[in-house]
Design a protein around this ligand. Sequence first.
Ligand code: 9MR
Length: 390
Amino acid sequence: MKYPWVQSERVGCSRRAFLLGATGFAAAMSPIGSAAGAGIYDAPAALATMPGLKDHASAKGILFGTAIAPTKNNLSLSDPAYGSALVTECNVFVAENAMKWGSLEATRGALTFGGADAVATFAERSGAKLRGHTLLWHQNVPGWVEPALGSGGAEAVIRKHIAEVVGRYKGRVHSWDVVNEGVGDAPVARADGLRTTPFLNALGPTYFDIAFDAAHQADPDAVLTYNDYNLEHGAPYNATKRNNVLRLLEGLRKRNVPVQALGVQAHLHTGEMFVERDYARFLNDIAQLGLKIFVTELDVDDRGAPMDVSARDAQCADLVRAFLDVTLAQKACTAVLTWGIADKISWLNLPPQPLRSDGATHRPTVLDDDLKRKPMWQAIARSLLAAAAR
Ligand code: 9MR
């Protein structure tokens, strides 16, 4: 099989992804090009003049964006080339780290909103929407939180944090990741699959209810999201995780907890199988619960792919195309965000993430180190156009 990590069993119109003709995207340009072509990609020069991914997304009626930091790996939002690439490609931004609890309140009661405000301001000045990430996560929790949760005041501590953060940006946030990664990875210790976190230890599963309620009270217009990873690929542990996330969300909906969306992080891996039918069924189950779906952190860990850059870029792009074709066939999906727009600022290329065994840097995103568009850019553009044409 040409794409060994993509199982050939396909559903519905996602089949067309690998049947469409190979070239002609640039040549057949209407305002924003044609939908054709998976597997063969144009050189950066041919891609350079095309409209941004946000325009391709608008054709489908959805948002496209990425995670940003005020400064990362010496690249700042005020860098003209970087800023221009962000504004060209995106109409939604999410704070990669600046809105995490550890960034906002390292010392109890001493709130530092500088980085978060910079991200919010950048989004607003760009005319883009803003996603908030994230209110409760077991990582980036300030050291003072766990002892504070343990002394009987857990609900008050959580409610205060959420009221302060969501309240500050009230009316300015498209959607909030309220709980991040609250379901464990197999083997999970608990029968309900929930991850053992300081919040779960203090309050049990009702910490989800409390967090979503507090966020809803602080900003009734933000789309409240549960965000998680390992939901996309085809291994048994992915199936277990999908099932546990689905059960969590079913429970929240039954209890009228105001969860309104699932964030599918989409940290994809070239070394892992993608089974379209299983993933599509999961998305359908989520949509049946009345939830929206956002792709929140799309990128590719290319450790399973060869060192050769064009072969590697094509594998990453093909995987993203297969993944997005299934995702965008689901009408509940209304936003796609990558986790960084350029390879040199991707978390996958920065410590403590492991590099590839051949020492090459990862190529996980849509722009190369010179901020030039890569095959993955074209795969996303094509998938958005194909979805818009359906
Ligand atoms: O990309 C983020 C990296 O810079 C941080 O050091 C790390 C810990 O806060 O978080 C990374 O982002 C994670 C995101 O917040 C949640 N999903 C997984 C992301 C990659 O680890």
